[in-house]
Design a protein around this ligand. Structure first.
Ligand code: X3X
Length: 340
């Protein structure tokens, strides 16, 4: 009888330990040498875009350097929850990495919208230098209080310009035109102030909306244009507004992050930072060639009346609800200091 009771106790203990190991949805093994974590990384970019390629390369390098302990599965083109919903997955504590622009973190740290405001940057380098300042590092710390670990903010996909069927060079040219934007207030307000009628759509619906005339155009970088063959929609005029610098951060839940052994955390952070530096350099090196390739597809580029657009955008630099008074002035002061 005792023998039966002992076997039953061992079986029960085995079941309990298995339940604990798989508490993370079957994606975590116990800590120690047999530690294994599967993270799903979601973004909206086309596999042909550099940001997509960078994510795949970083995931591969992390897998190799951790001997398979950290497996990051990448899902491009919003195959998994993306945009606001992707960040919500992070906040809810999923084994999930969201790669979105900082305006999507603005819901949790309103000051982040000041990082992504229109007509702020003259170069990629300025933005990257700004993310290293105490001002932005404090925003990053506040994101952690909201449950979001920001691994980096330094992924860049280019200055966003106006892409339309007809040339746009002034705010008047945008009057009455429906322009597709991503679905955050920051984009919507920016294009409305620039003179357009902002029409928020997920990227996956954008090209068909342009082709069918549901919208008159969109705004995006040359890398977005070439990576998605936007020019095939008939929107072959690019107004060089450079109104927003398209950047992305890499976000993971703070508790999921802290649950990863430190040696693996160091590798993950190193590789995402390295991937951002490499990816941005590739964009800088390739921009001229991408412009030439777009021109070979019939795209024409137009200088715009930057001052007229800048004047329209003045209300964008008023703190919105939840933002720290003076945060825009603090950002401008950092940028002015860089330009001296
Ligand atoms: O949140 C990341 C970006 O801001 C999304 O921008 P969107 O929706 O204009 O997509 C950019 C394209 O390059 C996607 O292929």
């Amino acid at each position: 009888m005792k023998q039966v009771r002992f076997v039953g106790l061992v079986a029960l203990m085995l079941l309990v330990s298995m339940a604990m190991v798989y508490a993370g949805g079957g994606q975590e093994a116990a800590t120690g040498d047999d530690y294994k974590l599967v993270l799903r990384l979601s973004h909206v970019f086309n596999p042909a875009e550099q940001l997509s390629k960078s994510m795949d390369l970083v995931a591969e390098r992390i897998y190799e350097r951790t001997d398979g302990a950290i497996e990051i599965q990448t899902f491009p083109q919003a195959q998994l929850p993306a945009y606001k919903e992707g960040v919500e997955q992070v906040v809810r504590g999923a084994n999930f990495i969201s790669v979105e622009d900082p305006s999507f973190i603005g819901d949790y740290v309103p000051d982040m919208k000041a990082l992504y405001a229109p007509m702020m940057y003259e170069s990629f380098d300025e933005y990257v230098a700004l993310t290293k300042t105490d001002l932005v590092q404090d925003m990053i710390a506040r994101a952690e209080e909201q449950g979001i670990k920001i691994l980096t903010l330094d992924y860049i996909y280019g200055f966003r310009n106006i892409i339309t069927r007809e040339p746009v060079t002034t705010p008047q040219d945008l009057s009455g035109k429906q322009i597709r934007v991503p679905g955050t207030d920051l984009y919507i307000n920016t294009l409305n102030y620039m003179g357009a009628i902002a029409n928020p759509l997920p990227w996956g619906e954008t090209l068909s909306a342009v082709q069918q005339g549901v919208v008159d155009g969109l705004e995006g970088s040359e890398f977005t244009n070439i990576g998605n063959r936007v020019y095939e929609t008939g929107a072959t005029h690019v107004g060089l507004s450079r109104h927003i610098l398209g950047t992305c951060g890499v976000y993971i839940n703070i508790d999921v992050w802290n649950g990863i052994p430190e040696n693996y955390r160091n590798i993950i952070e190193e590789e995402f930072l390295k991937g951002a530096v490499e990816g941005t350099q590739i964009l800088s090196d390739n921009h001229a060639a991408v412009v030439a390739e777009l021109e070979s597809h019939g795209v024409t580029f137009h200088e715009v009346d930057g001052e007229a657009f800048r004047a329209r955008l003045a209300p964008m630099y008023q703190e919105q609800s939840g933002m720290t008074p003076g945060v825009f002035q603090a950002v401008f002061a950092e940028l002015d200091a860089m330009r001296r």
